[in-house]
Design a protein around this ligand. Sequence first.
Ligand SMILES: [Cu+2]
Length: 156
Amino acid sequence: MNCFKQYLSTFALTLLAGAAAAQPSVVDLSFSDPWIRGSAPGQSNGAGYVVIENKASEPIALVSVTSDRAHRMELHTIVREGNVAKMQEVDRIEVPANGRVELKPGGFHIMFIGLTEPFVAGQEVPLQLNFEGEQTVRVDFAVKPPTHMGGRSHSH
Ligand SMILES: [Cu+2]
């Protein structure tokens, strides 16, 4: 009974919030070139990249990623301290209104910490991308060779 009441009040609040302002929604997002770098021998961590485009007039943030391919998943950026580039965890990666964010080598990335098995080029890896407002999207990431640097480069 209490649970049901709780549910009803949450539902009412959601409706109110929806009426007050346009809720950022994942239906306005598109994902291009999702890829994961293949594992070099002995590598225990990995990184994934994707371009996220937002057609809405509200920004929306990626807040976490769920995968069974690593013991821990984080969102990272790269910060420079003098000549040293260091990875740093971030709480969220914002996709601007009517804009895009590129997760790419040297910048934002999805970090796999403690791989459960190596990434092999040619694999398709489904990841669950979790956005604010408890909205999730499943995106299939293509595993590229360990030497791949991203972008639209094709090998012929
Ligand atoms: Cu990282």
